[in-house]
Design a protein around this ligand. Structure first.
Ligand SMILES: [Zn+2]
Length: 258
């Protein structure tokens, strides 16, 4: 085939163009990551709205919070998926914050920490885990299907990955638990909680506060029991969680069931 100079140039431009597209697609798929906001004691998220969970004991307390955070009562009802104010009393309620309130908290340095995270990466469900009291594997003659993280009662429990809540409630030895379904047949379980914020069917975002640590069920002290399961089969969460250099574990207990 004979090509004039212009033809050769055209051909190489197309080749380089294709090469560029392939490199871009490859890079995007390799480094696809997003900013994940980690809920803290001051700013939390629920149904895509920023605010904070409060234990509401009276109508007076509710009115005061609504006024202080410049939010409409209707918006509180909507975000909490309830029709009546009565349903907001004597329970945990999510109070949305106005943009101004959020900005003020951020200015005080109380804003949420944001971390860059790969799409498929699980994150630690607690802010500071430095010790594990039980790892995954054989314990007292039976399989311990997760990690036990001892932290003070009331510590915020965060969703380890985006997903949909499929179980909330009291489940025997697990006590007050939350189970979240994720993509590709993974589920995560958060057990022994003192409070569960979310309800079955809620869509949750990675890093979102879903409950508070407690010691309900078969538990000897406040801790989070955390599981990752694939097709119902429990897997070692340490194989999926990001490296945690400050973590102290009894090394010989790691993988002791294999
Ligand atoms: Zn456990």
């Amino acid at each position: 085939m004979w090509l004039n100079k212009k033809g050769v140039k055209m051909k190489s431009m197309v080749t380089y163009g294709l090469y560029f597209v392939v490199v871009v697609i490859f890079s995007v798929s390799l480094f696809a990551s997003e900013l994940v906001f980690l809920d803290n004691e001051h700013i939390q998220e629920h149904h895509g709205v920023q605010g904070k969970w409060y234990q509401i004991n009276s109508k007076n307390q509710l009115d005061t919070l609504v006024m202080k955070h410049e939010v409409e009562l209707n918006e509180v009802l909507r975000v909490n998926s309830v029709a009546n104010i009565k349903n907001l009393l004597n329970t945990y309620v999510f109070i949305p914050y106005s943009e101004k309130c959020i900005k003020e908290l951020e200015a005080k340095g109380l804003g949420r920490k944001a971390i860059e995270c790969k799409d498929d990466q699980f994150i630690w469900p607690l802010a500071d885990v430095s010790v594990l009291t039980s790892v995954f594997g054989l314990r007292w003659g039976e399989i311990h299907p997760g990690l036990d993280m001892p932290v003070p009662r009331g510590t915020i429990v965060r969703a380890a990955k985006d997903g949909r809540v499929i179980a909330v409630g009291y489940a025997g030895g697990y006590g007050k638990e939350i189970v979240i379904e994720h993509r590709n047949n993974f589920i995560t379980r958060y057990a022994h909680n003192s409070v569960n914020f979310v309800k079955v069917g809620d869509l949750v975002r990675r890093g979102q506060a879903i409950g508070l640590v407690g010691s309900t069920g078969r538990s000897t002290g406040p801790h989070l029991h955390f599981e990752i399961r694939l097709n119902e089969i429990p897997l070692d969460p340490l194989d999926f969680l990001p490296e945690n250099p400050s973590l102290q574990v009894n090394e010989h207990r790691l993988k002791n069931w294999r």
